[in-house]
Design a protein around this ligand. Sequence first.
Ligand code: PBG
Length: 327
Amino acid sequence: MELIQRPRRLRGSDAVRRLCRETRMSPDSLIYPIFVDETLQGVRPIEALPGQNHYGLDSVYLAVEECLAAGVNHCILFGLPATKDPVGSSAWAEDGVVQQAIRAIKAKYPDFYVITDVCMCEYTDHGHCGILNGHEVDNDKTLEVLAKTALSHVQAGADMVAPSDMMDGRVAAIRAALDEHGYTGTPIMAYSAKYASAFYGPFRSAAGSAPSFGDRKGYQMDPHNGREALKECALDIEEGADIIMVKPALSYLDVIRACSEAYDVPMCAYQVSGEYAMIKATAAAGLIDEYRILCESAVSIFRAGANMLITYYAKELAEAIRKGDIG
Ligand code: PBG
């Protein structure tokens, strides 16, 4: 055979494969989710998310130390409050669980980057992501409490806020509240294209945030829609979002690709609890090689165009990147 083009030439050794990788990854692009439970002392494994823990306020620093040891320097915080009510007032309390957790982390590790998830579903007694009007989430009333919540996180020392509620206009409302109080330099990462997904199941069990009736289809996006994601990202950027996000990740690689090509802002992807749990369960059944699958999944998300990734596998991935197995 007289073949001029032989793509296999660039696959002949580990050295040449590593030379030619198109997708480059760094532990700097990884964000680890941390769950803090106000009622807990110490550390408790999360049943729905094997390998993940709930941390008490007295021990959240341990989660940070594990991240730092693995080379992960960014987290996103989720709170499980001691009390809930119809409007989720513990979400913006000065001594709320997330506010206390931020202070506890920053007291020990001021340079560890703390992003906070801004949403009402963990704090409302009905489990919806905002204030109800009958059985509907009232968009505009919810904006006020989201803005108050985001502001209180920043006042407690959060480096970045990430609204995950999918109300219309939340980025503008949060930007205005932060700016009004002088926090013009604090970035907003918007969960811009967040789908009404069954992949959040284990998270809702871990965060105690499942809706007590109905579902989130009235505010989160319909999985059938791709173009609508472009519109959601455009609106969030117009309103002042510094980073946009697509969530979940693996079933939405087309959306990650489209949004990352369309907009010149950093794009985050969230490999959610169900994606993680599927890998864990399949590996526990002996059906797949967990390490190779977690690596390949992350590579595919970055290849699709994500610039950063929120994942329960952040520590494992940082190690894999450092070893050169990926990235
Ligand atoms: C809060 C929120 C959810 C997730 C992140 N922020 C749950 C939901 O929207 O029901 C899901 C994260 C995951 O599944 O890992 N609204």
